[in-house]
Design a protein around this ligand. Structure first.
Ligand SMILES: Nc1ncnc2c1ncn2[C@@H]1O[C@H](COP(=O)(O)OP(=O)(O)O)[C@@H](O)[C@H]1O
Ligand SMILES: [Mg+2]
Length: 305
């Protein structure tokens, strides 16, 4: 059974702008999928629909199902939506942590949906719950930061804390909306490796929207590409070469490719996540190459003037 099934999903915003246009695809349990597309192509809107945060256009054909259960149908959230949302962790580019609270408390917030409201309000968490939070932090490699205030962590560490918060929530599906867009290349790799490891070792289903196709090719066996709200590619990430991107997006494809990288660059994503290949490690080595040289040069130049 599909972990996520999307049929006939369209979204028109007030004013008439059609941000999603008849999107259809299924995601198998345990898949790791990249969602790519230029700014404004509809990635965030799609993620918000899968998470059950917004309702699609009214249409009898429209259905978003999680694990076979409809989350929204005919443009309306179903009565099961609230319960289904608990299985879905959402991670955002801006981390969405409370910076003055400890990392541990931020992670425990992930439990608020499953404990009595009064305990959550008073911040009364049991020993067992704190232990689970520590385990989640250990899983993403930052258990040493449990007591630190979230605001003192690096961007990459904050993003990993946000992933730990999704883990403790009991999520089986992770939706990450441009989780590495504000990170430096090495933090970006750590976050992508964390997601890949959760997918590979814990069987988590992952959809991650990305701005650069190289990360998709390195970490995600399958890519879905959006253009103006339509799915324009759905297949093996390795088939999404620079030439293919240019064919699909024209000049706008440059936005999706790290400068200095050609089709000849090494980048095989594993045949399938879960096949046991350490895609993350291979990716780490391969990704040492494209470090946005143009942008770094510009930043240095700007700093000197
Ligand atoms: N709440 C909204 N109201 C009106 N238009 C919106 C709203 N949210 C997104 N859009 C529009 O929908 C399109 C897709 O946006 P978005 O999903 O954020 O794209 P992406 O995440 O790929 O950059 C954009 O043109 C954006 O301006
Ligand atoms: Mg977006």
């Amino acid at each position: 059974m599909a972990a996520i099934s999307i049929q006939g999903l369209s979204k028109t915003f007030p004013g008439g702008y059609r941000a999603l246009d008849d999107v259809c695809f299924d995601v198998g349990s345990g898949e790791m999928i990249a969602l790519i597309g230029a700014s404004g192509s509809g990635k965030s809107t799609l993620i918000r629909h899968i998470a059950g945060l917004v309702q699609a256009d009214r249409s009898e054909l429209c259905c978003v199902a999680i694990g076979g259960e409809p989350m929204q149908q005919d443009g309306r959230l179903t009565p099961r939506a609230k319960a289904l949302r608990r299985h879905i962790g959402v991670i955002f580019q801006q981390f969405n942590l409370v910076s003055r609270l400890s990392v541990m408390t931020n992670v425990l917030v992930g439990m608020l949906g499953s404990i009595p409201a009064w305990r959550g309000t008073l911040g009364l968490f049991t020993r067992q719950e704190k232990l689970l939070a520590m385990q989640a932090l250990a899983r993403v490699g930052i258990e040493g930061k449990a007591r630190a205030r979230a605001g003192t962590l690096s961007g990459g560490q904050q993003q990993r804390a946000a992933i730990a918060r999704a883990l403790i929530q009991g999520a089986r599906v992770l939706l990450a909306d441009e989780p590495i867009a504000s990170l430096d290349p090495s933090s970006a790799r750590r976050v992508m490796e964390t997601l890949a490891s959760l997918n590979r070792e814990d069987g988590m289903t992952v959809i991650v929207s990305l701005h650069q196709v190289e990360y998709a090719r390195m970490y995600c066996p399958r890519t879905i590409a959006l253009k103006a709200g339509e799915v324009v590619f759905d297949g093996a990430s390795t088939d999404l070469t620079a030439a293919r991107l240019r064919e699909i997006y024209g000049d706008a494809s440059e936005e999706l490719i790290l400068p200095g990288l050609t089709d000849a660059a090494p980048a095989p994503a594993g045949a399938r996540a879960g096949a046991g290949a350490p895609a993350g490690q291979a990716a780490a080595a391969a990704l040492a190459v494209p470090m946005r040289p143009a942008r770094h040069t510009l930043e240095v130049a700007a700093g000197r003037t």
